[in-house]
Design a protein around this ligand. Structure first.
Ligand SMILES: C[S@@+](CC[C@H](N)C(=O)[O-])C[C@H]1O[C@@H](n2cnc3c(N)ncnc32)[C@H](O)[C@@H]1O
Length: 232
């Protein structure tokens, strides 16, 4: 189920303590990112989405609120994947620990193709791999993966959403940290890529998207996937 709501209020309203098998969060990085500016008029392709242009204090407050909800709803011993870039990584790790998460690793998503960037051009993002509690921690499903994942990004001029992630990336997370039939929650749906990956992998899922435009976009993408799977 996709809710047109903030994940903070939505989790409070709809999700119980210790009920979720896998938590995925690809939050706003507070970088006011509107997509590539490699357009004819040199303007970003998209408007800035909610919570991506906050003061440092407001951003910390926002993050602490969703992180506390993430921790509350996750089952003990289960995994959370939190996307972030190098600028906010130290703060995000600190905030996750404050809420109680134990940080187990940091996955480097190597996007295979470089993007824009000042001096050195950007080719990676970070995914914090955290668990709730230290007892009976679930192991990832395969020992064949290192903590560097080379998965090509979607070219900047072809993304439907300014920070759209490739579906292979979300599928890898879901396959490595959950089983068919388990319950996956995505706090920041964006283009709907995590729900679509969850549907294709036979997981139960809930997702939230605050922005009306991206909620509509996600809903359409999810409906198409659901219809395609029902028609198989
Ligand atoms: C980094 S993007 C997620 C991109 C997504 N993973 C994808 O691949 O398309 C963050 C999204 O969170 C949404 N958002 C911002 N604040 C939110 C909140 N409090 N609750 C739910 N969604 C929120 C934004 O509108 C934006 O679409």
């Amino acid at each position: 189920m996709l809710y047109h709501a903030s994940c903070i209020e939505g989790a409070k309203q709809y999700l119980e303590n210790d009920s979720v098998d896998l938590l995925i969060a690809d939050p706003p990085y507070n970088l006011q990112f509107g997509g590539t500016t490699q357009t004819k008029d040199k303007k970003p392709r998209f408007d800035v989405f909610p919570n991506d242009r906050l003061s440092p204090q407001a951003y910390q407050r926002f993050c602490m609120q969703w992180i506390y909800q993430a921790y509350r709803i996750l089952k003990p011993g289960r995994h959370a994947y939190v996307f972030i870039d190098w600028r906010t990584y130290p703060d995000m790790v600190r905030w996750l620990r404050l809420a109680g998460f134990i940080i187990k690793n940091c996955i480097v998503w190597d996007k295979a193709v470089m993007g824009m960037g000042w001096q050195y051009r950007y080719q990676h993002e970070l995914i914090i791999f955290a668990v709730k509690g230290e007892k009976r921690v679930r192991k990832v499903s395969s020992r064949r993966h290192s903590d560097v994942w080379r998965i090509p990004r979607i070219p900047g001029n072809r993304t439907a959403h300014p920070t759209e992630k490739p579906i292979e990336l979300l599928k890898q997370i879901i396959e490595l940290s959950s089983e068919a039939g388990e319950y996956v929650v995505d706090f920041f749906s964006g283009s709907g890529v995590a729900p679509v990956a969850a549907i294709e992998l036979n997981r139960n899922w809930t997702a939230f998207e605050l922005d009306e435009k991206w909620f509509e976009f996600s809903s359409n993408r999810i409906n198409k996937t659901d219809t395609a799977i029902l028609g198989d």
